[in-house]
Design a protein around this ligand. Structure first.
Ligand SMILES: *Cc1c(COP(=O)(O)O)cnc(C)c1O
Length: 420
């Protein structure tokens, strides 16, 4: 059976074991009389997956630019090509000129250094949490304390709490201020000989408003201990659309000694954790034994470098999209669907950056509005489409969807419409 031409082709794509399992299943059905043996190849071919991976592509029509459940930042075409090229063997840690061992990931690190001109040095680890874990482990540890404001004891999501991560390294937390307010004096009073550093954490997924105050990095620079700032999102330089979102370059210039962030939020790259700051501190982190356990692979380095050097990544394109152009796209898609008999219309909507940054920021957007029943059916399709349900309608928001996916989106809606 494995040598039947159609199944042999499947073996090349999916591997022998996967195909064999489906053949066995069909043969068993034939033995029990539930299947005509001449149909085995047809049945197996129909039952086989199209790829040896169960991750399913999802078109992000949710209106959330950075959707954690959808894998956060989608990569740019340049980053995808770099990733595919890097999947083979390459000179990630070899100097081709001398034939000796080379500085691992130098291309990505050089690009990062160039993108954050105020950084003495930079380092990359697996994710934002790993960046923080490395900083706390290398600079703190048992018997040492980290000073942090009560209002910055953040849960990132899925029950994952930064204070617990910090304490898991044996470092004690010295909380200062109250939930809503903290002053520079609160920090100054808490510092003693056990203080490893002062930590500021950007509240990246909530806002506190009303009678509040927090202390900017510039007012914490002269406390006699290092200032570490977790900015969360990974903006490298200020972005005009997000005036309240901290960025690496400015935060370092304001006096932070070390800044940590994610690579797959507003930076728009692969999952990674970025550390930038004082050259001596970064060197200490890089030489710490834990750094080896948090090391990124050649795929991450390739995608990160292409994100930094290459064209704007999709997250930034989505962030900077013109609402007028978004509405024109929605009208075009809705027009086509309407002609085909689907109850579709273009509407204005409001999109969000997402849990990855800029909480509370509303991005004017546009969507294709469909009957509510489309939401479940589109999510069940392959590829799947994730919209959002508002006031009894299924909205397909275009802010997070690359314009190149519009035709495919329309086709997927038409397919669901035809079944309805
Ligand atoms: C997202 C986030 C993290 C965690 O980063 P990951 O890349 O998800 O590990 C840490 N701190 C802040 C402030 C964040 O927003």
């Amino acid at each position: 059976m494995l040598r039947a031409p159609r199944l042999a082709a499947a073996v090349t794509e999916l591997g022998r074991e996967l195909v064999k399992a489906e053949i066995r299943r069909a043969q068993q059905q034939a033995r029990t009389g539930d299947l005509d043996p001449v149909s085995i190849v047809d049945v197996v071919t129909a039952a086989l997956p199209t790829a040896a991976v169960t991750l399913t592509r999802v078109l992000n029509a949710s209106g959330v630019l950075l959707h954690t459940n959808l894998g956060r930042a989608p990569l740019s075409g340049a980053a995808v090509r770099a990733l595919a090229e890097a999947a083979g063997t390459n000179d990630v840690e070899l100097d081709l000129a001398t034939g000796r061992r080379g500085r691992r990931g130098r291309g990505a690190l050089d690009a990062l250094r160039a993108a954050v001109p105020t950084a003495g040095d930079v380092h990359v680890v697996n994710n934002g949490a790993a960046a923080l874990a490395l900083a706390v482990t290398a600079l703190g540890g048992p018997g040492r304390t980290v000073v942090i404001a009560r209002g910055e004891m953040v849960e990132i999501g899925d029950g994952f709490r930064l204070p617990e991560l910090l304490e898991s390294t044996g470092t004690r937390l010295r909380e200062v201020g109250t939930t809503n307010r903290v002053t520079a004096e609160d920090y100054a009073r808490a510092i003693d000989e056990s203080t490893a550093f002062v930590l500021k954490v950007h509240p990246s997924n909530f806002v506190v408003s009303g009678f509040t105050s927090s202390v900017p990095p510039a007012d914490l620079r002269d406390l006699g201990v290092p200032l570490v700032v977790d900015i969360g999102s990974g903006l490298l330089t200020p972005h005009p659309a997000l005036p309240d979102e901290p960025d690496m370059t400015t935060t370092l210039a304001a006096g932070a000694d070390l800044v940590t962030s994610s690579g797959d939020k507003l930076l728009g790259g692969p999952q990674a954790g970025v550390l930038a700051g004082d050259a001596e501190l970064v060197h200490r982190l890089r030489r710490h034994p834990l750094a080896r356990a948090l090391r990124v692979d050649k795929l991450t380095l390739a995608a990160l470098e292409a994100t930094l050097r290459g064209p704007r990544p999709p997250v930034v394109v989505g962030l900077e999209a013109d609402p007028v152009a978004l509405l024109a796209r929605a009208e075009r898609i809705a027009g086509r669907l309407h002609e085909a008999g689907v109850d579709a219309r273009a509407v204005r909507s409001v999109a969000a950056v997402g849990g990855g940054g800029a909480p509370g920021v509303e991005l004017p957007s546009a969507a294709v509005s469909l009957p509510e029943s489309f939401a479940d059916a589109l999510r069940a399709g392959r590829p799947a489409v994730l919209g959002r349900v508002t006031e009894g309608r299924c909205l397909l928001d275009l802010r997070a969807l690359p314009p190149g996916d519009d035709d495919e989106l329309a086709a997927l809606v038409l397919r669901v419409g035809a079944l309805a």
